[in-house]
Design a protein around this ligand. Structure first.
Ligand code: 26W
Length: 819
């Protein structure tokens, strides 16, 4: 009846409340009086989901009716963060729902905080994929995210005795109301075995793959709603299960135990996300995961093509497939195999389709992050794909030899197979050869790609290369995370900026307005107050909201140089100890981030920060001039209160090593000033906000290269800078480790004797720049001006702009409005 319909779509607080109580009773099976916090959360989530389902259905039927071209974003990681708050924002019913829930005397924020976030990613690359899905839906672009439904996402981090401890992320423990399993669209994925040539009944030479085992891929769909549009796209994540039958009957005659074992083994495939960020580990299970989700996704596209009765030739018109780094690069070989072996397309035509369909984004220049699979491991798992890669390589290298006659070294360098010693498949080369477009993620990074790791490929097909500077979604990273600033901005310029971030420029006309400045400071101050309350609550550390909040939050990595930040803290601490009446701007140093479980040096960096925190926070001489806080378990949920509360954003990687960075954008959008090197997107942020509103320091990329070329000796810097020497000596002396001189020795020795990330070379420049920050913060009015201008000029870094660039220059897709 009509009332039932209204309860599922109505948006007034009264209807929302009734719908919530209805879901509580009919889904969780609880009356108000017996329900737990989780019951309330689930009921609330279904109440929101109900309001998305009409959009989701109309979107699907609109796309089918219009025969739309679809962007398929293939990514091993999607770091979505909690859905509830975001969906409320995008539906435009945040306030109505708050009213509805609070009318029942329930704590709305507490229910929102109840959601276990799907942490299906490590850091930048996975979160970028999530921002891009938000923008694709908001821009009404037909698109689909394809990835893996890891049962355990990125580990939860606890800090015990100052060390990182990893805890399994059981995010599915209490159910996931946002996903719908679609077992009817499951596909079969084969592995191992051998191949044999044969002649088919039409006399064609063909190859048969006789696999040794298989698994079933079951899709789980999550609706991705755009901001204030009717478009709801799909994130389709694949779960591995035991195959329906694969010689099981014959194989396991009466062997029940063995059959169950097989089921367990199959399900292992999508159990856990690899927690390594920027470090390749040649593990067989990881290759299985990559092939699994790629093959599932490509087969899914063929099914869609079939269902719409389109010919194979239409594949590249129907789908454009973006490879998020090389993790899905096996798509090149798998698409060829499906076309040639399964659909009997001739090689050249299949190759055209493949190249026209695929495009590749590179996210890192770090050599240790580049994927290369040992040949025997690869052959054991994907024998047919290896043959296909050999064939691609043979044809490709013929073309290289033709263009660069006699240049055998170049041919060896460009080969898809690394043959210096043990043989490997180079996934970046495979991705480059099989794609029509290759891009980096910030202007500097895209240039460096062409000059370094992909130089030969740039010289061979320059037309494939372009830059697509990263962006982040203002819906989650401003509207949802920073309601006080959102309200203030909207009171001045309306709310159009949430969809058109360039409109923030209109704030520039208020930059000199004393009353606006006061409101801006008040908003920042209330955000700092909230973070201080969280820190007090979780860590029992008191921090002063009037101190300068200096934040570095991101994965812990030597190239990101959290230890350079630590050296600054130790330097300040030492100068206070030398001169107890020293006047400095009171600062709170805030860190957050996970270390890869196998990355010893990164874990030691965490221990260093927490050890410094312990001493500094406990020293009466310091008396509230500096405080150090390490926020445990930095994830999307825990990051949301951090960006709005920051005064200073630390973006201090060694120049040339951070591909882009996206946290840098989130901080600046929320009115933080940046202290940073000329690296990644920092370069473009500084261009946009103006050099006078950015704290720049450090060597530039060319200087880094030149210094390394001429022979860098950190020892010289140590001996010629007293403050630096004092800081390092203090760490080495055991001052922060209860007298233990061994604890930080590996870290100190590496800095003194190798220092591959040039901390010592950048130290003086960093400290000098931090002194400027200290002074600038004392001029409250001027700081406020700079803060406003930073936020006002960040329009470029909306992921809407990034997605428009991809749509226009790589994907060639148009929006389709859903009515
Ligand atoms: C194979 C192990 C592995 C795992 C993840 C290697 C590399 C990765 C990612 C590519 C690492 C990553 O997240 N890179 C980050 O990508 C962001 C989005 O483009 C950039 O903003 C960051 O600068 C980059 O470090």
């Amino acid at each position: 009846q009509i009332q039932v319909e209204e309860d599922r779509i109505g948006l007034s607080p009264e209807i929302l409340r009734r719908a919530f109580l209805d879901n509580l009773f009919y889904i969780q099976g609880k009356p108000l009086a017996l329900a737990t916090k989780n019951d309330f959360y689930i009921a609330l989530a279904y109440t929101v989901r109900d309001r998305m389902l009409h959009c989701w259905n109309s979107t699907a039927s609109t796309y089918t009716a219009r025969g739309s071209r679809t962007v398929c974003y293939l990514s091993a990681e999607f770091l979505m963060g909690p859905h509830l708050g975001n969906n409320l924002i995008n539906l435009g019913i945040y306030d109505q729902m708050k009213q509805a829930i609070e009318g029942l005397d329930l704590d709305f924020e507490e229910l929102i905080a109840q959601e276990e976030e799907p942490g299906l990613g490590n850091g930048g690359l996975g979160r970028l994929a999530a921002c891009y899905l938000d923008s694709l839906a908001t821009l009404e672009i037909p698109s689909m995210g394809y990835g893996i439904r890891y049962e355990f996402g990125i580990f939860d981090q606890e800090i015990r005795d100052g060390w990182q401890v990893e805890i399994t992320d059981k995010w599915l423990r209490y159910g996931n109301p946002w996903e719908l399993p679609r077992p009817e669209w499951a596909v079969e994925i084969k592995f191992g075995g051998y191949t044999e040539p044969f002649t088919d009944d039409q006399g064609r030479y063909r190859v048969r793959w006789i696999p040794a085992w298989s698994v079933k891929g079951v899709p789980y769909d999550t609706p991705i709603l755009g901001y204030q549009v009717n478009t709801a796209n799909t994130l389709r994540l694949w779960k591995a299960e035991a195959p329906e039958s694969f010689d099981f009957e014959a194989f396991n005659q009466g062997n029940y135990y063995r059959a169950v074992q097989e089921k367990v083994a199959s399900e292992n495939l999508t159990k856990v996300l690899y927690p390594n960020d920027e470090k390749f580990e040649g593990k067989q299970l990881r290759l299985q995961q990559q092939f699994f989700f790629v093959s599932c996704s490509l087969q899914d596209m063929f099914h869609i093509l079939e269902r719409q009765q389109l010919p194979l030739e239409a594949f590249p018109q129907k789908f454009t497939v973006q490879l998020n780094d090389t993790h899905p690069a096996i798509a090149v070989a798998e698409l060829m195999r499906l076309l040639v072996d399964k659909y009997l397309v001739e090689w050249d035509k299949a190759w055209d389709i493949t190249q026209q369909t695929l495009a590749y984004t590179n996210h890192t220049l770090l050599p240790e992050a580049l994927e290369k699979w040992a040949l025997d491991l690869f052959a054991g798992l994907l024998p047919r794909h290896l043959e296909i890669i050999y064939e691609i390589n043979a044809r490709f290298l013929d073309r290289v030899r033709l263009k660069f006659v006699g240049d055998a070294e170049r041919t060896a360098r460009m080969s898809l197979i690394d043959e210096q010693g043990a043989r490997y498949i180079r996934m970046a080369h495979l991705a480059c050869v099989g794609s029509h477009a290759i891009n980096g993620v910030a202007a500097l990074h895209s240039e460096l790609l062409k000059q370094t790791v992909l130089k030969d490929f740039y010289e061979f097909f320059p037309e494939k290369f372009s830059n697509k500077t990263n962006g982040v979604t203002p819906r989650r990273w401003i509207a949802l995370s920073n309601p006080s600033m959102t309200k203030l901005i909207t009171s001045k310029i309306g709310s159009g900026w949430i969809k058109h971030l360039d409109q923030l420029r209109q704030l520039e006309s208020f930059v000199g307005d004393i009353e606006f400045q006061r409101q801006w400071r008040e908003s920042k101050r209330s955000n700092k107050q909230s973070l201080a309350a969280l820190v007090k609550n979780r860590l029992d550390i008191t921090i002063d909201p009037d101190s300068l909040f200096d934040v570095q939050s991101k994965r812990i990595h030597e190239y990101k140089r959290q230890h350079l930040n630590a050296l600054h803290i130790v330097t300040l601490y030492d100068s206070i100890k030398q001169n107890p009446t020293l006047e400095i701007t009171p600062r709170t140093f805030i860190f957050g981030g996970k270390a890869a479980p196998g990355y010893y040096m990164a874990k030691l960096m965490i221990k260093l920060i927490t050890a410094i925190a312990e001493v500094v926070n406990g020293d009466p001489d310091v008396r509230d001039r500096i405080k150090v806080v390490f926020i445990p378990d930095y994830n999307v949920t825990n990051s949301q209160p951090v960006y709005p509360a920051a005064d200073l954003s630390e973006q201090i990687s060694t120049a040339g090593l951070e591909a882009s960075g996206t946290g840098n954008m989130k901080f600046a959008m929320n009115g933080a000033l940046t202290i940073g090197t000329l690296d990644g997107a920092n370069v473009e942020i500084r261009e946009e906000v103006g050099a006078e509103n950015f704290f720049l320091f450090g060597l530039i990329t060319e200087e880094v290269a030149a210094l390394k070329e001429q022979g860098y000796n950190p020892w010289d810097y140590y001996h010629s800078n007293d403050a630096l020497k004092a800081a390092i000596d203090l760490i080495a002396s055991g001052h922060f480790s209860h007298g233990d001189r061994d604890l930080f020795k590996p870290l100190v020795d590496k800095l003194l004797h190798h220092d591959p990330f040039l901390l010592l070379a950048d130290y003086a420049s960093y400290i000098e720049c931090q002194t400027k920050v200290d002074q600038a913060y004392r001029d409250t009015q001027h700081w406020t001006r700079m803060s406003i201008l930073n936020a006002a000029r960040m329009g470029k870094f909306s992921s809407d702009r990034s997605i428009r660039d991809y749509c226009k220059e790589i994907w060639k897709v148009q929006p389709i409005e859903v009515l």
